[in-house]
Design a protein around this ligand. Structure first.
Ligand SMILES: [Zn+2]
Length: 393
């Protein structure tokens, strides 16, 4: 009988989470976080490569691409080690970069979003490799960026471009963002809404309020244009996997301190979170149609933050959901709600789902996660690996 393969010990997901939290990696600082991860992955046989990118006007960012195996299928885990700022540290029960365990929970910035998921995947990969050895019949990689929480220009999007340029194809990707709502694995994201920001400027002619016929007040038109955006007309009715698109006006600015002057222009900003029945272009047309109906001189500037996308329920979603169910006894719900994530970049290269911890405390003071949830997530990720590389025979 062939003795089971005994590779190097898998990292402990709890200790690794603590070690990562102790690096105050507020974007764009790395603060040693990728080095901690690299030190955990290298002994497992991962080839670790730092990929540093920069662009004018942005901070240079280190990313880590770690891969074991050269064959297909290639399963990629994508995540980030950067975190949002802790805010006023005196308001935290425990210092945000201490990684304290208390009351059965790990406390600290990044405990939930998403250093623990990165640690859980490293542990899962270590356990999987310890059982199966490096000849498991494919490739596993981690694509870990330090640029997710801020502008996300020197992170995942550029690593993916670089991998594609050297023909490193990815067959499936799991993003470890905290997707769950009440219990680990109760929800996975199979798509995301798109985000479009509009800046509307309505122009007129300045003048004295006593002689409005000699001026052209842009504000009534601005009000009419905004009223045409809702509440009232729905942008759409939603689709099979998405809620209806939503629009929120975020500011209306005139900045006119004088009560006796008709201003020359007024501005408003709004954001649309849209489903897969729309693109940024179709929404631009939807908006201009409403604004043109009001008429007058206006300018509309649109900034597309992300397109919506959907990984249609199929092989990958079934594989991941099956692994979750085997470990937790719960079948995850498929969701497309929430903000954007780096999955919006991955979707151009491979089918992608997001599966991670409960998102109750992300970006908050006293961010924390139950220790047992991290272990649970590691077991889920390990089950995904087992199902992605089934043993032959
Ligand atoms: Zn995150």
């Amino acid at each position: 009988m062939v003795p089971p393969y005994r590779g190097p010990a898998a990292p402990d997901p709890i200790e690794l989470t603590q070690a990562l939290i102790r690096c105050p990696s507020v974007t764009p600082a790395d603060a040693g976080a990728l080095g901690v991860l690299e030190a955990a992955l290298t002994p497992l046989g991962f080839r670790c490569e730092r990929m540093r990118f920069e662009a004018p006007g942005t901070a240079p960012i280190d990313n880590l691409h770690a891969r074991i195996g050269t064959g297909r299928p290639h399963l990629c885990f994508a995540g980030h080690t950067d975190v949002v700022p802790p805010g006023d540290e005196t308001r935290w029960r425990f210092p945000p970069f201490e990684g304290r365990i208390a009351e059965g929970r790990i406390w600290g910035r990044g405990a939930c979003d998403m250093k623990s998921a990165v640690a859980a995947f490293a542990a899962a990969a270590g356990r999987f490799l310890a059982a199966r050895g490096p000849g498991f019949g494919g490739s596993i990689s981690l694509l870990i960026t330090g640029d997710e929480e801020a502008e996300a220009v020197n992170g995942t999007v550029k690593v993916l471009q670089a991998l594609a340029a050297r023909s490193e194809a990815i067959d499936a990707c799991i993003v470890g963002e905290p997707s769950s709502s009440e219990a680990v694995g109760d929800t996975m994201k199979i798509g995301r809404r798109g985000s479009l920001t509009g800046r509307l400027t309505v122009r007129g002619v300045q003048g004295h309020v006593a002689y409005p016929n000699k001026a052209d007040n842009p504000l009534p038109r601005l009000v009419q244009m905004l009223a045409a955006l809702g509440p009232g007309p729905e942008i759409d009715q939603g689709s099979a996997h998405f809620d209806p698109s939503t629009l929120a006006i975020t500011t209306i600015d005139v900045g006119n301190p004088a009560a006796n002057v008709i201003p020359a222009e007024g501005r408003a900003v709004f954001n649309i979170r849209f489903n897969d029945t729309h693109t940024a272009e179709s929404l631009g047309a939807w908006l201009r149609q409403r604004f043109d109906a009001v008429g007058g001189d206006y300018a509309l500037e649109l900034h597309s933050g992300a397109d919506s996308f959907l990984t249609a329920p199929g092989e990958l979603t079934g594989r991941v959901a099956g692994a979750v169910e085997r470990v937790t006894g719960r079948r995850p719900a498929f969701s497309t709600s929430g903000g954007t994530s780096d999955a919006r970049f991955v979707k151009d290269y491979a089918p992608v789902v997001e599966l991670g911890l409960v998102n109750a405390t992300i970006h908050k003071t006293d961010e924390n996660v139950p220790v047992e949830d991290i272990e649970m997530l590691a077991r889920i990720y390990q089950a995904v690996l087992e199902d992605s590389f089934p043993e032959e025979g």
